[in-house]
Design a protein. Structure first.
Length: 305
């Protein structure tokens, strides 16, 4: 049990931790003061007291506001969930009320997952005026570090790399789908391998040189003609509106782009692997009622018909 009579603990004003959480969330002394209905002078004074309490600068000024130091990020992982639990105990509520809460949740995901998930998330939160969603570009190799730095609250990625300080939940299984513009390439579906190789391709790849399709074709002694590459799935899909070419991309995004842009979606003419998309978060957020709500929301929106 915590010793509430311990000298250092009694020196801490728990209201300062509320200010700390607001500064972490708003990244601005002015915005934090507004959110807490304080004057800017009072918020600045509280920040000064926080710096003395933790013997750290905690936040540094930038052109757009303030940024947390590594020490502040580490503190936030413990303080914010603890404040949620204290709030539940004081108000006799151990849950997060999204209908009345004011909260920005930051998600880390690649643009294919953003295309598939964000419209559903926005529909699900349309009636929650205090909830705001922000998306930052991330992938399976970067999302764990972004969680550790406090840059995102929750990541969504295919088989995300993570350590012992992270937790994950499987969301859905996806694969690969071929897209083309039927007005520019009047091909029969399902597309055959000869047609697949006879027409130019747009490559979506982080290095711009090759992707999984090239590896699979090479194993068969085949290759394709790539005329351009991009790191963004949406960018490739948009090009198909005016370009007689093919693009092979994740199924969950391909179906969205096909419906939105009037493209044809078809199975690739060679076997391609399926993979699991998961959510990932820092272990310290596991019991935070707000984070539990967020994870549940994302899981519900990731159920495909």
């Amino acid at each position: 049990m915590i010793d509430i009579y311990e000298t250092e603990f009694r020196k801490a004003d728990l209201n300062l931790l509320v200010v700390f959480a607001a500064l972490m969330r708003e990244r601005s002394v002015t915005r934090a003061a507004t959110a807490l209905h304080l004057s800017q002078g009072a918020a600045s004074a509280a920040l000064g007291r926080l710096r003395r309490l933790f013997d750290d600068e905690l936040f540094t000024r930038t052109r757009t506001g303030i940024e947390p130091t590594p020490r502040a990020v580490e503190l936030a992982r413990r303080i914010e969930p603890a404040l949620g639990l204290i709030h539940g105990a004081v108000t006799d509520r151990d849950r997060f009320d999204a209908a009345t809460a004011r909260r920005t949740f930051t998600l880390g995901m690649s643009d294919d997952l953003e295309a598939a998930l964000l419209p559903r998330l926005l529909t699900a939160t349309a009636g929650l005026p205090g909830i705001r969603l922000a998306v930052r570009q991330a992938n399976r190799n970067t999302v764990a570090d972004m969680l550790d730095r406090g840059e995102v609250d929750l990541g969504v990625a295919a088989a995300p790399a993570h350590g012992t300080n992270h937790r994950s939940q499987d969301l859905f299984t996806s694969g690969y789908t071929c897209l083309f513009n039927p007005r520019l390439l009047p091909l029969r579906t399902p597309i055959g391998l000869d047609d697949y190789l006879a027409h130019p391709h747009l490559l979506i790849s982080y290095d711009g040189r090759r992707g999984i399709v090239d590896d699979l074709l090479e194993a068969r002694g085949l290759d394709r003609r790539v005329i351009a590459s991009t790191t963004h799935f949406a960018g490739a899909a948009l090009q198909l509106a005016t370009l007689p070419a093919l693009a092979t991309l994740p199924t969950h995004a391909a179906t969205v782009y096909a419906d939105t842009l009037g493209l044809t979606a078809t199975a690739p003419p060679l076997p391609m692997p399926e993979y699991t998309v998961s959510s990932i978060w820092h272990a310290t957020a596991t019991d935070d009622p707000a984070h539990v709500w967020l994870r549940h929301l994302v899981a519900e929106c990731a159920v495909w018909p």
